[in-house]
Design a protein around this ligand. Structure first.
Ligand code: PRP
Ligand code: ZN
Ligand code: MG
Length: 220
């Protein structure tokens, strides 16, 4: 995707847990967002800025590659995307989208700590984070990667345990699963590209970051 010259780009989640609050942040920072004919791109009326509305999983790459100058994304998604290449820089936590990646088990599994996961199958949408956590606990287990509906995996006998995001806990509860371990604490963060913007946009970028940090501080 090539960049429109003379405009900054901010990546936000199109739909899902962070979508609405991400737009609020942008608006509270004084950007007048115009829903365009194009669902992927919203234009900002009062500044040369576009919002790119994408899947959250795509945001770390877009920002790391400089396709977008800023992004709003869950730290969990950012952490999962870490791959040793150039990375987006976390500018600040945003105070919303709080959730925790947890290992949870069905009552049928007699859980007495990470060692109980040895040689078990664990379903997750966060294989890299889970792998690092298992390694840090000296546990070797099979990771089954699922894009969604992770919570049904134990019932379908696809896995012995899961590692999934927990916010209210309603999903675990509804599926009879018990939270056992906290693997990663997450919230929405503002990230910046390691690639500098066009020189004439640097000042605008700095001032948008400043305004956003003012919005976050005022909500402290
Ligand atoms: C996460 C997770 C659970 C749910 C947990 O899904 O996969 O389904 O949230 O939240 P709760 O503790 O409040 O019930 P999410 O909505 O992020 O999206 P996805 O599963 O569709 O990717
Ligand atoms: Zn996602
Ligand atoms: Mg879900």
């Amino acid at each position: 995707m090539s960049k429109v010259q003379g405009r900054l780009r901010i990546a936000v989640q199109k739909s899902g847990r962070l979508a609405e609050r991400s737009l609020d942040l942008v608006r509270d920072a004084g950007l007048r967002v115009m829903k365009g004919a194009n669902d992927l791109l919203y234009r900002v009326e009062n500044y040369p800025i576009d919002l790119l509305r994408v899947r959250d999983d795509d945001i770390p790459t877009f920002v790391a590659d400089g396709v977008c100058d800023l992004g709003v994304v869950g730290e969990n998604v950012l952490e999962e995307a870490r791959n040793g290449g150039p990375q987006a820089e976390i500018l600040m936590p945003l105070g919303f989208g709080k959730c925790t990646l947890k290992v949870a088990t069905p009552p049928s599994l007699d859980y007495a700590g990470p060692a109980s996961l040895e040689d078990r199958r664990i379903a997750t949408s966060y294989p890299r984070i889970l792998k690092r956590w298992l390694e840090s606990r000296g546990v070797s287990a099979d990771i089954v990667t699922m894009r969604g509906a992770v919570e049904v995996a134990p019932r379908l006998k696809l896995a012995h345990a899961i590692c999934d995001l927990v916010s209210t806990g309603a999903t675990l509860e509804a599926n009879g699963l018990i939270a056992q371990e906290t693997v990663f604490d997450s919230q929405a963060v503002l990230i910046r590209s390691p690639q500098a913007p066009e020189p004439e946009l640097q000042h605008l970028l700095d001032s948008i970051i400043e305004r956003m940090s003012g919005v976050v501080a005022s909500q402290g």
